[in-house]
Write a protein that binds this ligand. Structure first.
Ligand SMILES: Cc1ncc(CN)c(N)n1
Length: 228
């Protein structure tokens, strides 16, 4: 079995819990509340900013142009394409995207971003691929499942979001898996176990991110609600 298949198998219960999460089910039913959509976009805008920076760290650690190209393409994808699903949520919530940018991180987003940054600063390319992979992979599977189960038409409030993630995440997920499988062939069991740990924790933090948006999570003791 390929290393990426082993990862997917070990994370299966977390993937299933994500599919059943009330925020994901709320996308399917089209019944999320305005505050939940706004909180998601505020937090995800910052999350994707950090993701771009982590791709930058990854590029600084590449020793070949092919790997640089993979990460470089993904920076452009976030900057130019992944704004569409955010715009969909903003339109449904009736708010301007620009007004949801620059907010400070909620506890779960903070945890997730710090996890990825720690691995990116301390690890090499296999570590970085393992810690980042749940981001495209869980969204790809959510999108595909919603396309199949909801089969939304243009009148569905989250039609654009579902179409985007159901159709646009295959390429990055496949590229990350293929490169990780290649690199894993030269790693010891101990090194592979470390990558599994990074991957599984990111899957758990994907779940926490949905929960954070659904519950509109804030810090138990708030500071003044100022922009970051
Ligand atoms: C938290 C999170 N994870 C994944 C994705 C999909 N790139 C996202 N936009 N946000």
């Amino acid at each position: 079995m390929k290393f990426s298949q082993e990862l997917r198998q070990e994370a299966d219960s977390i993937f299933q819990a994500i599919f059943e999460h009330p925020f994901v089910q709320g996308i399917a039913k089209g019944d999320l509340k305005k505050e939940q959509l706004i909180h998601y976009v505020k937090q995800d805008f910052e999350y994707l900013n950090s993701f771009i920076q982590i791709y930058g760290i990854a590029i600084s650690k590449c020793d070949n142009r092919e790997d640089m190209q993979i990460f470089n393409e993904q920076i452009s994808f976030i900057l130019n394409s992944e704004v569409h699903p955010h715009n969909n949520f903003c339109q449904v919530a009736g708010v301007a995207y620009e007004d949801l940018q620059g907010y400070s991180l909620s506890p779960s987003s903070h945890h997730y971003i710090r996890h990825m940054l720690t691995v990116a600063y301390s690890g090499g390319i296999p570590d970085i691929l393992a810690v980042l992979l749940p981001c495209p992979w869980t969204y790809l599977e959510i999108g595909k499942k919603l396309l199949e189960e909801v089969n939304p038409d243009i009148t569905h409030p989250f039609y654009d979001w579902i179409q985007f993630y159901g159709a646009r995440m295959d390429s990055v997920t496949d590229k990350f898996c293929a490169r990780l499988d290649e690199l894993a062939q030269n790693l010891s069991e101990k090194q592979k176990n470390k990558l599994k740990e990074y991957f599984l924790l990111s899957c758990q933090l994907e779940y926490k991110f949905w929960d954070m948006a659904y519950t509109v999570e804030e810090w138990p003791v708030a500071r003044e609600n100022i922009k970051a």
